[in-house]
Design a protein around this ligand. Structure first.
Ligand code: FBP
Length: 553
């Protein structure tokens, strides 16, 4: 394989550990904090996790390591969507494990959680790990979206671990994967399996965060990558002065990615799904809101601009959500076949008209045909609409165009509206991790091993104080049960880690809210440029604006 110069030079990069982990494994000891309680539904969560509930928060510090140095065999799994830095979690884990005892082994299960169930694995060596240090992607062992959640799967997991003499599993994943990690930890504890489970907080979506976890890894690099591209587009828009760019950015549900990109690039428009839901905005109201900016900018002679649309927004629009529910019911069971056999789109359209409520049909009718067809053609194996495949950037530009035409007919708008569409998602998930993510991920992995060595089970590797230089970061662990509450999922009450949506009272949103009216009508674009890996710390070690604002910086 031919290596790029950057790849070669990233191999040499030494990720920065928190000061307290820099003394070597033999000089790290534990400081136990207070016993914990779940964020809500304490009695219920306690009864579901009798063996792992209520454990103490812990912090590492310099001191004599009094944990046993017996040989350890650890398994690791990458779960869910890729996020820059995953390779560094694995290499940090590997380095700590080998420096504790050369005989220790790290086993990587292939292709995500299913690798554990199917016993597909590799044993890491120095040569193998060295090819992946400080690089993006999850290709070191691959990832997958199989969920580890049934008792049957847990039993198999236990057998597979025992067959390899594995004494701990590290699960690198988002809120769902770490919820399942907590359930697996409880299962192992209840069965006296002597297998520990440690989680690591991953997702570019940024929605695994709470009072303990300041951010999930990958968010920093992914948003910097998208912001670079958005900034470049803004500059192009401001040079040519002839296009409006509608840019959809990833984030399956929460709008953290969109908000961070907006803070970085100051576009004319950025929708925030959580606000759309809070204000119960209709598609027509959203379109009017964007059209107001286009209209006002045209009045000022600027027929160009940039609008950021979060991937998950349509599910936050109440009338659209209802439409999707009705479509799912309309096509449930054998009715999907009946629909599919209809020969023309016209026939299908009549079927839809008959099947939807009057209110939902009105919403459907107003959609561009492309989106109407996407709602019926792109369905998952259960027959449900795949909302993530809806091209919401095209949906909103079409709705805005209709609004502008109406205004034009009344003599209220005299501009031109030429639109280009973009979707930034996969471009950012496997980028070379920023120095922040390279350092943070290596620290999470290194720290995960310390939690294993000290015998903790059902903990999330926690590194905090992240807006400060790495030297001042604080390493430790938090029982996953502390982050859980009971939520209704698929008709059942389940213990889950609370997904963090954008807090409309939080400082990042408030900053955006204070400035967006100006951004909407003036050209206030900012150009963050590419991620810098080498050079002065003020450009290479920047945290996200979200983290800085949350920390009051
Ligand atoms: P995770 O929550 O698993 O980290 O994945 C998030 C994400 O990147 C979303 O932003 C996006 O909607 C989704 O994954 C895409 O999934 P897939 O890779 O399966 O297409």
């Amino acid at each position: 394989m031919k290596l790029s110069p950057l790849q070669i030079s990233r191999y040499q990069y030494n990720p920065k550990l928190p000061g307290m982990l820099r003394h070597g494994v033999s000089e790290i000891c534990v400081k136990e904090g207070e016993a914990t309680q779940s964020v809500a539904d304490q009695e219920k969560i306690k009864s579901l996790f009798p063996n792992t509930y209520g454990k103490k928060e812990i912090t590492f510090q310099k001191g004599h390591n009094n944990a046993s140095s017996k040989k350890q065999i650890v398994g690791v799994i990458l779960s869910g969507g890729q996020a820059p830095g995953g390779h560094n979690v694995v290499s940090g884990l590997y380095d700590a494990l080998k420096s504790a005892n050369k005989e220790n082994e790290l086993i990587g299960f292939l292709g995500g959680p299913s690798g554990l169930i199917e016993d597909k694995y590799i044993v890491f060596t120095d040569e193998y790990i060295d090819q992946y240090r400080n690089t993006g992607g999850f290709d070191i062992i691959g990832s997958g979206r199989t969920k580890l959640e049934t008792q049957e799967q847990f039993k198999i997991a236990e057998q597979v671990c025992k067959s390899h003499n594995i004494n701990a599993i590290v699960i690198i994943g988002g809120d769902d994967s770490n919820t399942n990690a907590a359930v697996l930890a409880e299962y192992f504890a209840a069965n006296n399996s002597n297998i520990q489970v440690i989680g690591c907080p991953k997702t570019i979506d940024g929605d695994l965060k709470n009072e303990d976890i300041e951010c999930s890894f990958g968010f920093d690099t992914a948003t910097k990558t998208y912001s670079e591209l958005i900034g470049n587009i803004e500059r192009d828009a401001n040079s040519a002065k002839k296009y409006w760019h509608f840019i959809k950015v990833m984030g399956r549900s929460a709008s953290h990615v969109a908000l961070e990109c907006a803070l970085e690039t100051q576009p004319n428009i950025c929708l925030i799904s959580e606000e759309v839901a809070e204000k119960k905005m209709s598609l027509s109201e959203i379109a009017d809101y964007i059209a107001d900016s286009v209209n006002e900018r045209a009045n000022r002679g600027m027929n160009f601009g940039v609008a950021i649309i979060p991937e998950g927004v349509v599910e936050f629009v109440p009338e659209f959500k209802k439409l999707i529910q009705e479509i799912n019911e309309l096509l449930a069971g054998s009715k999907a076949n009946e629909f599919n056999e209809l020969p023309t789109w016209n026939d299908k359209y009549q079927f839809i008209e008959k099947g939807l409520s009057e209110q939902s049909f009105k919403v459907f009718e107003a959609l561009p045909q492309l989106v109407q067809q996407q709602l019926f053609l792109e369905r998952d194996p259960h027959g449900n609409v795949q909302v993530s495949l809806i091209e919401s950037e095209k949906l909103f530009s079409a709705l805005v165009k209709d609004k502008l035409m109406e205004r034009k007919a009344k003599g209220l708008y005299k501009g031109k509206f030429s639109v280009l569409h973009h979707f930034f998602g996969y471009e950012g998930r496997c980028a070379f991790p920023s120095n922040f993510d390279a350092d943070y991920c290596y620290s999470l992995g290194y720290n995960a091993f310390m939690l294993i060595q000290y015998g903790y089970n059902g903990y999330l590797s926690k590194v905090s104080n992240l807006s400060k230089p790495a030297e001042e970061w604080v390493a430790g662990g938090m029982p996953i049960t502390k982050m859980m509450n009971i939520e209704r999922r698929h008709g059942e009450d389940k213990p889950v880690i609370r997904k963090a949506l954008v807090d409309l009272n939080g400082k990042p949103f408030k900053y955006f809210e204070e400035h967006r009216q100006i951004w909407a009508v003036e050209t206030s674009f900012t150009f963050p440029g590419a991620i810098q890996y080498y050079g002065p710390s003020e450009v290479c070690d920047l945290t996200t604006r979200t983290l800085a604002l949350e920390k009051g910086e």
